[in-house]
Design a binder for this molecule. Structure first.
Ligand code: PGA
Length: 232
């Protein structure tokens, strides 16, 4: 929950004319999505959430993946830890959201990650595998999905995992995906306190294809610096 519509328009304008095709997806609050996607056809946008239901009907306050698609929105973040903690989203709901996104050709950006207790108790491996097996639908259609590994203890804390911790977590995820034969259609992101100071270190870890940026994305200068560091 950041920015008014006017501030969002100004923010998006900063990324033109380059717009970083296939490299940048902006995820503004839901009320701005339709307007921004028609105002900035050069930029890819993502929703920050989507309904678990794909039916039209009495779901006040919700919006479906079909509705997103009708506004030219091709991505939706699903299962962010803030949705799980503050809005009580269960793994079952998240699995339905992913399935519905895939039905309407919206690529889900699926968030997983352990809390600080699981990290301390060294049960994070189990926690990651459990989350993956609970939320990735069986018989996943051969469509693209994006998985964002976001350890809850790293979100908004300015603490990021060490390279070894990242290496370990991403090999656990990559290994799980290989076994379930969806690996070719998956991109893996890291999220949690990403900034210009640590982006190169994060990208030095094998299996990391991209990053999900929270607070640092609110300053366009920081975003441009990170994009230039990676892609200039
Ligand atoms: P952060 O947020 O980059 O501010 O830690 C990440 C997120 O909310 O997913």
């Amino acid at each position: 929950m950041n920015f008014t519509l006017q501030e969002s328009i100004a923010h998006c304008s900063n990324f033109l004319p380059a717009s970083y095709p296939n490299r940048l997806i902006i995820s503004p609050p839901a009320p701005y999505l339709a307007y921004l996607s028609s105002e900035f056809p050069e930029i890819e946008f993502s929703a920050q959430n989507v309904s678990h239901s794909d039916k039209e009907g009495p779901y006040t306050g919700e919006y479906s993946s079909y509705m997103l698609k009708s506004c030219n929105i091709n991505y939706a973040i699903v299962g962010h830890s803030e949705r799980r903690c503050n809005f009580f989203e269960s793994d079952d709901m998240i699995r339905l959201k992913i399935a519905n996104c895939l039905k309407s050709d919206v690529t889900p950006i699926i968030c997983i990650g352990e809390d600080s207790k699981a990290r301390r108790d060294a049960t994070y491996e189990n926690s990651l595998r459990m989350q993956l097996s609970n939320i990735i639908p069986e018989n996943l259609p051969m469509k693209k999905i994006i998985i964002a590994y976001e350890p809850i203890w790293a979100i908004g804390t300015n603490i990021i995992p060490s390279c070894n911790e990242l290496l370990d977590a991403f090999s656990i995820i990559a290994c799980y995906l290989r076994k379930s034969e969806v690996a070719n259609n998956v991109s893996l992101l890291y999220g949690g306190s990403v900034g210009e100071d640590n982006i190169n270190e994060i990208f030095s870890v094998p299996n990391i294809d991209g990053v999900l940026v929270g607070k640092s994305s609110l300053r366009y200068e920081t975003m441009i610096e990170m994009l230039n560091l990676r892609f200039a």
